[in-house]
Structures are given as C-alpha cells and as structure tokens.
Design a binder for this molecule. Structure first.
Ligand SMILES: Cc1cc2nc3c(=O)[nH]c(=O)nc-3n(C[C@H](O)[C@H](O)[C@H](O)COP(=O)(O)OP(=O)(O)OC[C@H]3O[C@@H](n4cnc5c(N)ncnc54)[C@H](O)[C@@H]3O)c2cc1C
Length: 356
C-alpha cells in the first residue's frame, strides 16, 4: 500500500445557530460553513440585509439604513473581490457640508477619507447575494424571530431556540452545539440574559447604540422634460441643522433609476428626543427641515419615515466579539467595534474564526 501522509483532521463538524442575517450574521455564517460546520441562520425579517436595508416604493427604491460602506481592512476587500466581483460600485457623491437652516454650503466637495461603495441597484443586494448559498441549502429561516434561547430539553449540553413566525406561529428548534447572536446590542443582551449567560449579557449591555429617524422622499415631477433634478447641485451632505444630520440623493447612486428621490436622516439628538412621536408628525417636521436645507419647496409625491431603534453605535464594546466556549454562546455585530458596515463584517468574521 503506498504511503500516504496523514492530513490534519478538520475539527468535528458542529451544529451552530446564527441569529440575525445582517452583515455580521452572514459574514459569520459563511465563514463557519467554509470551516465545515452545519449552520442555520434565523432572521426575523422577510429577507437578509438588516440595517443594509432597501425600501421599495412606486417611484424606486431607497437605502433607508446604511448609505454606503467603506473598506479599510484587506479581509473585507478580499471577500468582496472574490465572492461578489463587480456587485458593488463606487458612489461619487460630491458630499458637502451644509450649515444651519439656509442650506449654505460650508465645505464643498469634501474629499472622502475612503471611497464610498454601494451595491449596484440596491443596498440589500450584497447580503442577498452572500446569503443565497445558505438559502439554497435550506439553512436560512427568514420571517423567524428567536424569542428565547434555552438548554435543549433532550440533551442539556446543547441549545434550543424558541421561535415565532410571521403569522404568530411558534416553534422550537433544538440540537445546537453553539448559538451565536448577530443582532444589535440591546436584543443580544436580552436574549443572553434569558439564556442565563449573565456575564455575556452584561458585556453586551455595556455598549450604547443611538436611534435614528429616516425620511424617504420622491419627486417624480423633477423628471419632466427640461427639469433634470430639483434643488441643490450636491448629491449628499452632512448637515448642522438641528433636525437633520445627513441627506442623500438616491437617484445619484449607481443603478438606482432616475426619478428624483432623497433619503434624509435625523440627527442623533433629535431622533432621541422624538423617538416616541407618531410617524406623521415626524414626517412633517423632517420635511420642513429638508426644505430649509435644500431649498426644495415642491410637495413630494411620496414621503415615508422609518424609525431605527438601534441605528448607530455610540459606545462600542471594544472587542471584536463575545464568545464563551464552554457554554457555546457568542455574540457579534457592529456594536462590538464601531458603527460601520465593515465593523459588522469584521466582528462576524472574528467570532466565526474563534468558534471554528
Ligand atoms: C439610518 C442608518 C444609517 C447608516 N449609515 C451607515 C453608513 O452610511 N455607512 C456604514 O458603514 N454604516 C452605516 N450604518 C450602520 C450599518 O448599517 C451597520 O453598522 C451594519 O449594517 C450592522 O450590521 P449588523 O449585522 O451588526 O446588524 P444588523 O444589520 O442590525 O443585523 C441584525 C439582524 O438581526 C435580526 N434580528 C434581530 N433580532 C432578531 C431575533 N430575535 N431573531 C431573529 N432575527 C433578529 C434583524 O432583523 C437584523 O436583520 C447605518 C445604519 C442606520 C440604521
């Protein structure tokens, strides 16, 4: 018999649940699958994406959460190059800084510190693409909210998840060697507390995440002959208006269609102060501020707000992830490292590498 050198054995394949199909969860799940584990992803929304969200309207889509992402780490660059070549494009936003209520431009054409990348056509396209192999393998449960994590009743070394579905259905999925939470810090802390993982829950609860109101506006009248766009020359702006922190012309992003659309984000302070206001009131106030900043007085054909409870990390955990090997419980997400899409990617990746 010919000599064949012994290959190092891969670690035994384990059954792992990942809760959340945003950037952190999908990066984590894909890495664990590559390492040979059996991974099941649970997502409460109807599709993957999380805060890399796209809202559809009769006038075209809106990136209602993340506006663009930057790539500073080689591992993120490599993942994009090798697994999603050409899917993301540079967005030359010609970003400015506008001052106060008159929309005066304080700094024109701010040179971005890093290139601004967006998936062509819609923000959720990247995670839909990355999640497709999981969905094809039947390993992605959408419209499935994990309500509690508990010890498996048949095998107390393992975990089971109590879930609820879109139409109020409930279920139990058991037999997981590990459960990894890729959800914002507050729901992560709550689920970990329920699983009696007190130290992990306390660590997750120590980070702070601010809310954000987003306003989406469409002006189809701007597409009439002789009128290419309404309002200012710039396509994106950071604003010092007390209500508004950011404005972007959706239609300036690659592949988004030409109907004039704007996404507006309220400032952190104003979002906190008006967190419990009703949507109609918030919409009217943000629209008034939008007019002041851009000079656009036309009535939008479409004006809808979305409230993000957990939008932007204010105080990160300070480590890339949480992982208790003995318990088989971990957590990842942007809140571990910062407030950017790339932070979520790196957090999910680092957790998976520890678990694998
Ligand atoms: C308004 C706004 C603007 C932003 N702008 C930018 C920007 O320009 N550039 C940038 O880099 N970043 C931006 N961000 C931040 C960026 O979107 C996040 O850093 C990143 O998307 C977070 O990814 P994540 O996977 O950590 O969390 P998420 O994207 O929040 O994913 C968590 C997922 O878990 C799911 N989930 C939660 N609880 C449960 C449960 N119990 N059961 C099942 N599923 C559950 C959620 O539905 C969600 O899909 C912005 C965010 C917001 C809200």
């Amino acid at each position: 018999m010919p000599f064949s050198p012994r290959r190092p054995q891969p670690p035994a394949s384990r059954s792992i649940a990942v809760i959340g199909a945003g950037m952190a969860g999908i990066a984590c799940a894909r890495t664990l699958v590559q390492a040979g584990h059996r991974v099941t992803v649970f997502e409460q929304d109807a599709a993957p994406g999380g805060r890399m969200a796209t809202e559809d309207s009769p006038f075209g889509s809106f990136d209602s959460g993340a506006q663009y992402f930057t790539v500073r780490d080689q591992r993120m660059a490599l993942a994009l190059d090798t697994t999603a070549p050409g899917l993301c494009r540079r967005w030359s936003a010609n970003t400015v800084r506008v001052l106060d209520t008159q929309g005066r431009v304080a700094a024109a054409g701010l040179p971005p510190r890093d290139a601004h990348w967006v998936p062509a056509r819609r923000m959720d396209a990247l995670l839909r693409h990355w999640a497709a192999p999981l969905a094809d393998a039947g390993a992605l449960y959408t419209s499935t909210r994990v309500r509690t994590i508990a010890r498996d009743t048949l095998d107390p070394r393992r975990w089971q998840l109590h879930t609820s579905g879109a139409e109020g259905s409930s279920g139990v999925v058991a037999g997981f060697d590990a459960v990894l939470l890729a959800v914002p810090a507050a729901p992560a802390a709550e689920l970990l507390r329920g699983a009696r993982a007190t130290a992990l829950a306390k660590a997750a609860g120590g980070s702070e995440v601010a809310p954000c109101w987003s306003l989406m506006l469409a002006f189809p009248q701007a597409s009439q002959p002789g009128l290419s766009s309404l309002g200012p020359q710039w396509n994106a702006a950071r604003s010092t208006h007390h209500r508004i922190a950011w404005l972007a012309r959706e239609s300036s992003k690659p592949g988004r269609g030409s109907i004039e659309r704007w996404t507006v984000q309220a400032s952190e302070a104003w979002s906190r102060e008006h967190f419990d206001d009703d949507a109609e009131r918030v919409c009217a106030k943000m629209l008034r501020a939008f007019s002041e900043v851009t000079g656009i007085r036309a009535a939008p054909a479409y004006a809808v707000v979305r409230r993000w409870r957990d939008a932007k990390t204010v105080k990160p955990l300070g480590h890339s992830h949480l992982w208790d090997r003995q318990a088989g419980l971990g957590a990842c997400g942007d809140w571990c490292l910062g407030h950017r899409v790339e932070d979520a990617f790196l957090s999910g990746l680092e957790l998976a590498l520890q678990v694998a």
